[in-house]
Design a protein around this ligand. Structure first.
Ligand SMILES: Nc1ncnc2c1ncn2[C@@H]1O[C@H](COP(=O)(O)OP(=O)(O)O)[C@@H](O)[C@H]1O
Ligand SMILES: [Mg+2]
Length: 373
Protein backbone atom coordinates (compact mmCIF):
# COMPACT_ATOMS: atom_id res chain seq x y z
CA UNK A 1 0.00 0.00 0.00
CA UNK A 2 0.98 3.59 -0.36
CA UNK A 3 3.08 5.34 2.19
CA UNK A 4 1.22 8.58 1.81
CA UNK A 5 0.40 10.62 4.84
CA UNK A 6 -2.53 12.89 5.39
CA UNK A 7 -1.93 16.56 4.72
CA UNK A 8 -3.10 17.48 8.18
CA UNK A 9 0.21 16.43 9.69
CA UNK A 10 2.47 18.90 7.93
CA UNK A 11 4.15 21.72 9.79
CA UNK A 12 4.11 25.35 8.71
CA UNK A 13 7.77 24.97 7.72
CA UNK A 14 6.94 22.23 5.27
CA UNK A 15 4.24 24.40 3.80
CA UNK A 16 6.91 26.95 3.05
CA UNK A 17 8.43 24.44 0.64
CA UNK A 18 5.19 24.31 -1.34
CA UNK A 19 4.93 24.62 -5.10
CA UNK A 20 7.41 26.94 -6.81
CA UNK A 21 4.55 29.17 -7.89
CA UNK A 22 3.14 28.76 -4.38
CA UNK A 23 0.76 31.57 -3.61
CA UNK A 24 0.69 33.37 -0.34
CA UNK A 25 -2.28 31.34 0.80
CA UNK A 26 -0.32 28.09 0.76
CA UNK A 27 2.19 29.56 3.16
CA UNK A 28 -0.27 30.01 5.99
CA UNK A 29 -0.74 27.27 8.53
CA UNK A 30 -4.50 27.43 7.89
CA UNK A 31 -4.10 25.80 4.49
CA UNK A 32 -3.23 22.46 6.02
CA UNK A 33 -6.91 22.38 6.94
CA UNK A 34 -8.02 22.59 3.33
CA UNK A 35 -8.49 18.87 3.12
CA UNK A 36 -11.61 17.68 4.88
CA UNK A 37 -11.38 14.02 3.93
CA UNK A 38 -9.13 11.82 6.02
CA UNK A 39 -6.35 10.15 4.10
CA UNK A 40 -6.73 12.18 0.89
CA UNK A 41 -3.80 14.11 -0.52
CA UNK A 42 -3.71 17.77 0.49
CA UNK A 43 -2.83 20.76 -1.60
CA UNK A 44 0.82 20.98 -0.77
CA UNK A 45 4.01 19.28 -1.82
CA UNK A 46 6.34 18.32 0.99
CA UNK A 47 9.69 16.60 0.94
CA UNK A 48 7.90 13.61 2.38
CA UNK A 49 5.19 13.48 -0.29
CA UNK A 50 7.74 14.01 -3.05
CA UNK A 51 9.90 11.18 -1.73
CA UNK A 52 6.84 8.91 -1.55
CA UNK A 53 6.08 9.68 -5.21
CA UNK A 54 9.64 8.77 -6.13
CA UNK A 55 9.35 5.48 -4.28
CA UNK A 56 6.09 4.65 -6.07
CA UNK A 57 7.76 5.32 -9.43
CA UNK A 58 10.90 3.37 -8.48
CA UNK A 59 8.73 0.32 -7.84
CA UNK A 60 7.99 0.24 -11.57
CA UNK A 61 11.61 -0.43 -12.43
CA UNK A 62 11.27 -4.17 -12.08
CA UNK A 63 7.96 -4.35 -13.94
CA UNK A 64 7.93 -6.11 -17.30
CA UNK A 65 7.04 -4.17 -20.41
CA UNK A 66 4.06 -6.24 -21.48
CA UNK A 67 0.41 -5.24 -21.92
CA UNK A 68 -1.67 -5.91 -18.82
CA UNK A 69 1.36 -6.51 -16.59
CA UNK A 70 0.63 -6.46 -12.81
CA UNK A 71 1.90 -3.46 -10.84
CA UNK A 72 3.45 -3.56 -7.37
CA UNK A 73 0.89 -1.16 -5.85
CA UNK A 74 -2.09 -0.80 -8.19
CA UNK A 75 -4.77 1.74 -7.30
CA UNK A 76 -7.01 1.04 -10.27
CA UNK A 77 -7.47 -2.35 -11.93
CA UNK A 78 -9.73 -3.12 -14.90
CA UNK A 79 -10.73 -6.50 -16.30
CA UNK A 80 -12.45 -7.42 -19.55
CA UNK A 81 -13.93 -3.97 -20.01
CA UNK A 82 -15.66 -3.86 -23.34
CA UNK A 83 -17.82 -1.22 -24.96
CA UNK A 84 -19.19 -1.28 -28.46
CA UNK A 85 -21.21 1.25 -30.38
CA UNK A 86 -23.31 -0.63 -32.93
CA UNK A 87 -20.81 -2.82 -34.74
CA UNK A 88 -17.79 -0.84 -33.62
CA UNK A 89 -15.80 -2.10 -30.63
CA UNK A 90 -14.53 1.12 -29.06
CA UNK A 91 -12.96 -0.43 -25.96
CA UNK A 92 -11.84 -4.00 -25.39
CA UNK A 93 -9.39 -4.02 -22.49
CA UNK A 94 -8.49 -7.47 -21.23
CA UNK A 95 -6.60 -6.38 -18.12
CA UNK A 96 -4.81 -3.26 -17.01
CA UNK A 97 -3.42 -1.97 -13.73
CA UNK A 98 -2.43 1.56 -12.85
CA UNK A 99 0.26 2.12 -10.27
CA UNK A 100 -0.66 4.32 -7.32
CA UNK A 101 0.97 7.71 -6.92
CA UNK A 102 2.65 8.01 -10.31
CA UNK A 103 1.85 9.70 -13.62
CA UNK A 104 0.69 7.25 -16.27
CA UNK A 105 0.19 8.51 -19.80
CA UNK A 106 -2.50 6.85 -21.88
CA UNK A 107 -1.55 7.30 -25.51
CA UNK A 108 -2.77 5.99 -28.83
CA UNK A 109 -4.01 7.18 -32.18
CA UNK A 110 -7.31 8.97 -32.62
CA UNK A 111 -10.25 6.67 -32.17
CA UNK A 112 -8.17 4.22 -30.09
CA UNK A 113 -10.80 4.35 -27.34
CA UNK A 114 -8.96 6.45 -24.74
CA UNK A 115 -11.81 8.85 -24.01
CA UNK A 116 -14.36 6.05 -24.00
CA UNK A 117 -12.20 4.10 -21.54
CA UNK A 118 -12.02 7.16 -19.26
CA UNK A 119 -15.80 7.52 -19.55
CA UNK A 120 -16.32 3.91 -18.52
CA UNK A 121 -13.90 3.99 -15.59
CA UNK A 122 -15.47 7.16 -14.18
CA UNK A 123 -19.12 6.15 -14.57
CA UNK A 124 -19.95 8.51 -17.43
CA UNK A 125 -20.69 5.53 -19.65
CA UNK A 126 -21.56 1.86 -19.04
CA UNK A 127 -19.59 -1.01 -20.55
CA UNK A 128 -21.20 -4.04 -22.18
CA UNK A 129 -19.09 -6.23 -19.89
CA UNK A 130 -16.26 -5.88 -17.44
CA UNK A 131 -15.24 -5.03 -13.91
CA UNK A 132 -12.92 -2.43 -12.49
CA UNK A 133 -11.89 -1.55 -8.99
CA UNK A 134 -10.60 1.54 -7.27
CA UNK A 135 -8.54 0.51 -4.26
CA UNK A 136 -10.20 -2.89 -4.30
CA UNK A 137 -13.72 -1.46 -4.44
CA UNK A 138 -15.80 -2.35 -7.49
CA UNK A 139 -17.04 0.65 -9.45
CA UNK A 140 -19.32 -1.18 -11.85
CA UNK A 141 -22.67 0.64 -12.01
CA UNK A 142 -21.44 3.35 -9.65
CA UNK A 143 -22.63 6.69 -11.09
CA UNK A 144 -20.06 9.34 -11.96
CA UNK A 145 -20.85 11.66 -9.05
CA UNK A 146 -20.25 8.84 -6.59
CA UNK A 147 -17.06 7.81 -8.34
CA UNK A 148 -15.90 11.40 -7.80
CA UNK A 149 -16.80 11.23 -4.11
CA UNK A 150 -14.83 8.03 -3.83
CA UNK A 151 -11.82 9.99 -4.95
CA UNK A 152 -11.53 9.46 -8.70
CA UNK A 153 -12.21 12.46 -10.94
CA UNK A 154 -11.69 13.21 -14.57
CA UNK A 155 -11.58 16.21 -16.84
CA UNK A 156 -12.99 16.29 -20.33
CA UNK A 157 -11.29 16.58 -23.67
CA UNK A 158 -13.89 19.23 -24.48
CA UNK A 159 -14.35 21.43 -21.45
CA UNK A 160 -17.61 21.56 -19.60
CA UNK A 161 -17.49 24.77 -17.56
CA UNK A 162 -20.90 26.23 -16.87
CA UNK A 163 -20.83 29.55 -18.71
CA UNK A 164 -23.59 31.29 -16.79
CA UNK A 165 -22.06 30.65 -13.42
CA UNK A 166 -19.07 32.56 -12.15
CA UNK A 167 -15.68 30.94 -12.02
CA UNK A 168 -15.97 30.70 -8.21
CA UNK A 169 -19.46 29.15 -8.46
CA UNK A 170 -18.12 26.57 -10.87
CA UNK A 171 -15.46 25.70 -8.33
CA UNK A 172 -17.89 25.38 -5.44
CA UNK A 173 -20.10 23.09 -7.53
CA UNK A 174 -17.10 20.79 -7.78
CA UNK A 175 -16.88 20.35 -4.00
CA UNK A 176 -17.95 16.88 -2.94
CA UNK A 177 -20.45 15.79 -0.32
CA UNK A 178 -21.26 19.27 0.84
CA UNK A 179 -23.40 19.10 3.89
CA UNK A 180 -25.69 21.97 2.81
CA UNK A 181 -26.79 19.91 -0.19
CA UNK A 182 -28.93 17.71 2.00
CA UNK A 183 -32.37 19.23 2.38
CA UNK A 184 -32.71 18.98 6.13
CA UNK A 185 -29.12 19.92 6.81
CA UNK A 186 -29.54 22.93 4.55
CA UNK A 187 -32.02 24.33 7.07
CA UNK A 188 -29.36 24.38 9.78
CA UNK A 189 -26.62 26.74 8.60
CA UNK A 190 -24.42 25.87 11.57
CA UNK A 191 -23.95 22.43 10.04
CA UNK A 192 -22.51 23.63 6.79
CA UNK A 193 -21.17 27.16 7.15
CA UNK A 194 -17.78 25.97 8.38
CA UNK A 195 -17.43 23.53 5.54
CA UNK A 196 -18.57 26.10 3.01
CA UNK A 197 -15.90 28.46 4.20
CA UNK A 198 -13.32 25.71 3.86
CA UNK A 199 -14.51 24.98 0.33
CA UNK A 200 -14.20 28.66 -0.56
CA UNK A 201 -10.69 28.75 0.80
CA UNK A 202 -9.74 25.64 -1.09
CA UNK A 203 -11.29 27.10 -4.26
CA UNK A 204 -9.33 30.29 -3.79
CA UNK A 205 -6.03 28.49 -3.32
CA UNK A 206 -6.69 26.40 -6.41
CA UNK A 207 -7.78 29.36 -8.56
CA UNK A 208 -4.68 31.29 -7.54
CA UNK A 209 -2.52 28.29 -8.32
CA UNK A 210 -4.01 28.03 -11.79
CA UNK A 211 -3.70 31.78 -12.29
CA UNK A 212 -7.44 32.27 -12.35
CA UNK A 213 -7.69 34.13 -9.04
CA UNK A 214 -8.59 37.49 -10.61
CA UNK A 215 -11.28 35.76 -12.68
CA UNK A 216 -13.16 34.35 -9.69
CA UNK A 217 -16.12 36.78 -9.96
CA UNK A 218 -16.36 36.59 -13.77
CA UNK A 219 -18.74 34.36 -15.67
CA UNK A 220 -17.00 31.19 -16.83
CA UNK A 221 -18.35 32.01 -20.31
CA UNK A 222 -15.89 34.88 -20.56
CA UNK A 223 -12.84 32.61 -20.19
CA UNK A 224 -10.69 31.60 -23.13
CA UNK A 225 -10.49 27.93 -24.13
CA UNK A 226 -7.20 27.50 -22.29
CA UNK A 227 -8.53 29.16 -19.17
CA UNK A 228 -11.54 26.85 -19.22
CA UNK A 229 -9.17 23.89 -19.26
CA UNK A 230 -7.43 25.31 -16.24
CA UNK A 231 -10.76 25.88 -14.52
CA UNK A 232 -11.74 22.32 -15.22
CA UNK A 233 -8.55 21.00 -13.72
CA UNK A 234 -8.91 23.25 -10.68
CA UNK A 235 -12.54 22.22 -10.26
CA UNK A 236 -11.65 18.53 -10.43
CA UNK A 237 -9.33 19.09 -7.48
CA UNK A 238 -12.15 20.44 -5.34
CA UNK A 239 -13.25 16.91 -4.41
CA UNK A 240 -9.85 16.15 -2.83
CA UNK A 241 -9.26 13.32 -5.27
CA UNK A 242 -6.77 10.52 -4.95
CA UNK A 243 -6.91 9.65 -8.66
CA UNK A 244 -7.09 12.35 -11.33
CA UNK A 245 -7.77 11.49 -14.95
CA UNK A 246 -6.97 14.23 -17.43
CA UNK A 247 -8.21 13.88 -20.99
CA UNK A 248 -5.84 15.95 -23.14
CA UNK A 249 -5.22 18.64 -20.54
CA UNK A 250 -2.85 20.56 -22.79
CA UNK A 251 -5.11 20.63 -25.84
CA UNK A 252 -6.17 24.15 -26.71
CA UNK A 253 -3.95 25.69 -24.08
CA UNK A 254 -1.73 28.54 -25.15
CA UNK A 255 1.85 27.20 -25.59
CA UNK A 256 3.13 29.82 -23.14
CA UNK A 257 1.08 28.11 -20.49
CA UNK A 258 1.83 24.47 -21.20
CA UNK A 259 5.04 24.42 -19.19
CA UNK A 260 3.35 25.65 -16.06
CA UNK A 261 0.44 23.28 -16.69
CA UNK A 262 2.92 20.41 -16.89
CA UNK A 263 4.39 21.63 -13.63
CA UNK A 264 0.92 21.46 -12.08
CA UNK A 265 0.43 17.90 -13.26
CA UNK A 266 3.75 16.84 -11.72
CA UNK A 267 2.75 18.65 -8.58
CA UNK A 268 -0.43 16.58 -8.29
CA UNK A 269 1.70 13.46 -8.24
CA UNK A 270 4.14 15.00 -5.79
CA UNK A 271 1.23 15.86 -3.50
CA UNK A 272 0.31 12.20 -3.44
CA UNK A 273 -2.26 11.80 -6.23
CA UNK A 274 -2.32 9.20 -8.97
CA UNK A 275 -2.49 10.88 -12.37
CA UNK A 276 -3.71 9.29 -15.58
CA UNK A 277 -3.58 11.50 -18.59
CA UNK A 278 -4.22 11.31 -22.29
CA UNK A 279 -1.72 13.21 -24.38
CA UNK A 280 -0.60 13.23 -27.99
CA UNK A 281 2.57 15.22 -27.67
CA UNK A 282 5.45 12.78 -27.18
CA UNK A 283 7.67 15.51 -25.71
CA UNK A 284 5.10 15.99 -23.00
CA UNK A 285 4.73 12.26 -22.45
CA UNK A 286 8.50 11.79 -22.19
CA UNK A 287 8.81 14.77 -19.89
CA UNK A 288 6.25 13.96 -17.26
CA UNK A 289 5.16 10.35 -17.31
CA UNK A 290 6.52 7.57 -15.12
CA UNK A 291 4.76 4.91 -17.18
CA UNK A 292 2.99 4.78 -20.54
CA UNK A 293 0.03 2.63 -21.56
CA UNK A 294 -0.71 2.44 -25.27
CA UNK A 295 -4.16 1.80 -26.72
CA UNK A 296 -4.98 0.98 -30.32
CA UNK A 297 -8.35 -0.11 -31.65
CA UNK A 298 -9.78 -0.39 -28.17
CA UNK A 299 -7.09 -2.62 -26.66
CA UNK A 300 -3.92 -2.13 -24.67
CA UNK A 301 -1.11 -2.96 -27.09
CA UNK A 302 1.95 -1.91 -25.10
CA UNK A 303 3.12 -0.68 -21.70
CA UNK A 304 6.38 0.55 -20.30
CA UNK A 305 8.46 3.56 -19.39
CA UNK A 306 8.37 6.36 -22.00
CA UNK A 307 11.88 5.69 -23.35
CA UNK A 308 10.99 2.06 -24.05
CA UNK A 309 7.56 2.80 -25.48
CA UNK A 310 8.92 5.25 -28.02
CA UNK A 311 11.03 2.48 -29.53
CA UNK A 312 8.28 -0.14 -29.44
CA UNK A 313 7.50 -1.56 -32.87
CA UNK A 314 3.78 -2.10 -32.17
CA UNK A 315 3.45 1.47 -31.02
CA UNK A 316 5.24 2.82 -34.05
CA UNK A 317 3.01 0.74 -36.31
CA UNK A 318 -0.13 1.91 -34.52
CA UNK A 319 0.87 5.53 -35.04
CA UNK A 320 2.13 5.17 -38.58
CA UNK A 321 -0.99 3.26 -39.45
CA UNK A 322 -3.07 6.30 -38.64
CA UNK A 323 -1.08 8.89 -40.48
CA UNK A 324 -3.93 9.25 -42.91
CA UNK A 325 -6.03 10.52 -39.99
CA UNK A 326 -3.74 13.41 -39.29
CA UNK A 327 -4.93 16.94 -39.85
CA UNK A 328 -3.09 20.20 -39.76
CA UNK A 329 -2.98 20.56 -36.03
CA UNK A 330 -1.29 23.72 -34.82
CA UNK A 331 2.31 22.78 -34.22
CA UNK A 332 3.57 23.40 -30.74
CA UNK A 333 7.20 24.23 -30.10
CA UNK A 334 9.01 21.50 -28.25
CA UNK A 335 9.11 22.03 -24.54
CA UNK A 336 12.46 23.60 -23.74
CA UNK A 337 13.06 21.41 -20.72
CA UNK A 338 11.88 18.22 -22.36
CA UNK A 339 14.50 15.55 -22.71
CA UNK A 340 15.68 14.68 -26.18
CA UNK A 341 13.54 11.92 -27.64
CA UNK A 342 15.18 8.53 -27.63
CA UNK A 343 15.52 8.41 -31.38
CA UNK A 344 17.06 4.99 -31.48
CA UNK A 345 16.40 2.80 -34.43
CA UNK A 346 15.01 3.95 -37.73
CA UNK A 347 11.33 4.04 -36.84
CA UNK A 348 11.40 5.42 -33.29
CA UNK A 349 8.26 7.37 -32.45
CA UNK A 350 9.49 10.89 -32.85
CA UNK A 351 8.90 13.54 -30.28
CA UNK A 352 6.97 15.53 -32.83
CA UNK A 353 4.57 12.67 -33.59
CA UNK A 354 1.06 13.97 -33.17
CA UNK A 355 -2.26 12.52 -34.06
CA UNK A 356 -4.40 15.40 -33.12
CA UNK A 357 -7.44 15.41 -35.34
CA UNK A 358 -9.71 16.11 -32.41
CA UNK A 359 -7.52 18.69 -30.78
CA UNK A 360 -9.21 22.10 -30.64
CA UNK A 361 -7.25 25.04 -31.95
CA UNK A 362 -4.99 26.81 -29.48
CA UNK A 363 -6.75 29.85 -28.14
CA UNK A 364 -5.61 33.38 -28.54
CA UNK A 365 -2.66 33.85 -26.25
CA UNK A 366 -2.45 37.20 -24.62
CA UNK A 367 -5.30 37.12 -22.18
CA UNK A 368 -3.72 38.68 -19.13
CA UNK A 369 -3.97 35.50 -17.13
CA UNK A 370 -2.24 33.37 -19.72
CA UNK A 371 0.72 35.65 -20.10
CA UNK A 372 2.10 34.75 -16.73
CA UNK A 373 5.02 32.35 -16.51
N1 LIG B 1 -21.08 7.88 -28.33
C1 LIG B 1 -20.51 7.26 -29.36
N2 LIG B 1 -21.26 6.70 -30.34
C2 LIG B 1 -20.67 6.04 -31.36
N3 LIG B 1 -19.35 5.87 -31.49
C3 LIG B 1 -18.56 6.39 -30.56
C4 LIG B 1 -19.10 7.10 -29.43
N4 LIG B 1 -18.06 7.50 -28.66
C5 LIG B 1 -16.94 7.06 -29.25
N5 LIG B 1 -17.24 6.39 -30.39
C6 LIG B 1 -16.28 5.74 -31.29
O1 LIG B 1 -15.45 4.93 -30.49
C7 LIG B 1 -14.12 4.97 -30.95
C8 LIG B 1 -13.21 5.42 -29.84
O2 LIG B 1 -13.42 6.79 -29.61
P1 LIG B 1 -12.68 7.60 -28.48
O3 LIG B 1 -12.81 6.89 -27.21
O4 LIG B 1 -13.19 9.00 -28.53
O5 LIG B 1 -11.18 7.56 -28.98
P2 LIG B 1 -9.92 8.43 -28.55
O6 LIG B 1 -10.27 9.23 -27.35
O7 LIG B 1 -8.83 7.44 -28.33
O8 LIG B 1 -9.61 9.31 -29.73
C9 LIG B 1 -14.11 5.90 -32.16
O9 LIG B 1 -14.21 5.11 -33.32
C10 LIG B 1 -15.34 6.72 -31.96
O10 LIG B 1 -15.86 7.16 -33.19
MG1 LIG C 1 -10.27 11.27 -26.95
Amino acid sequence: MSERSSSSTHSADEIGTAAPDGDQATRGASTVMLSTTEGRPGLIVTEESRAAARRQAAMLEGVEHTPGVPKPDPVLVADKVRRSFGGLVAVDVEHVEFQRGVITALIGPNGAGKTTFFNLLTGFDRPDTGTWKLDGRSLARVPSYRVARLGMVRTFQLTKALSRLTVMENMLLGGASQRGEHFLAALVPGLWRGQEKLMEQRAKVLLDRFMLGPKAPDFAGTLSGGQRKLLEMARALMVEPSVVMLDEPMAGVNPALTQSLLGHVKELRDQGMTVLFVEHDMDVVADISDWVVVMAQGSIIAEGPPSVIMRNRDVIDAYLGTQHDEVDAPARPAAPSAPAPPAEGPGAVRADARVAADRPAADTPPADVERQP
